[in-house]
Design a protein around this ligand. Sequence first.
Ligand code: MN
Length: 231
Amino acid sequence: MTAKATVIPMPPQILLPVEGEEALFPVRRVYCVGRNYAAHAVEMGHDPAREKPFFFQKNPDNLLPPGLGMPYPPLTEDLHHEVEAVVALRAGGADIPLEEALNCVYGYAVGIDFTRRDLQAEAKQEGKPWAAAKAFEGSAPISAIVPAARIGHPEHGAIWLKVNDRKKQQGDMNQMIWKVPEIIAELSKLFVLAPGDVIMTGTPSGVGPVQRGDHVDCGIDGIATLSVTIV
Ligand code: MN
C-alpha cells in the first residue's frame, strides 16, 4: 500500500531535542496550567486558595527549540516572561490514576510561557479566550528534554529567570500548588492524553516585561537551563 497523497505539502512534525540522545521527541499537543504557584496567583490579583487547576493550550509549533531567537510578537506592548517546568509524556490515556501518572512521563525541560499580558488582561475583562495572549509564534522557548531515566522525577529544585543578568523570577518546584502527578491525573479527566503531549506546569512569581534585544536566561536546578534573545 502506498502512502496517501496530500493536496498540499504535509505540515512538518514538531520535534524537540533530547539531552544525550540522537533521537528526537515528537510533539502532539501542548497543555499549560494556570496559576500553579500561590505567590504568582497573588501577584495576578487572585486568591491562591487551592481551586481546581485550570488549563489552556499552546500549539505544538509555538514551541521554540533552543538556540533560536524569539521574535517579539505583533499587537502587544507588554510581552511577559513566565518560566515553567515542562513535562513531556511517553504514554497517556483517560482518567489516569494518580499513582500511575508518573509512569506516563518521558522527561522534563525548562520552558518560558511568553504572554501578551495586555491582550490577556483584555480577554479576562471581556470573558474572552486566551489564545491570542498565549498561543502565538515562538511563544514557548524550551530546552532539550531531559529523560526521567537520568534524573528521576524531581519534586523540588530552584526555578529561576534572569533578564539581562538581573534575577526576575525565583521559586522552587516544591511550591507548585498542583504537583506533576496531580496535573496529569486532572488533565486526563478532561482530555485523552497521548505520547508526545507536553505540559507547561505554571510559573512562580516575578513575571514581567521583556523588550527587543533583551537576553533571557532561565533554569531549573537539577533539570536544565535555557537562554533566549528577544529579536
Ligand atoms: Mn504560564
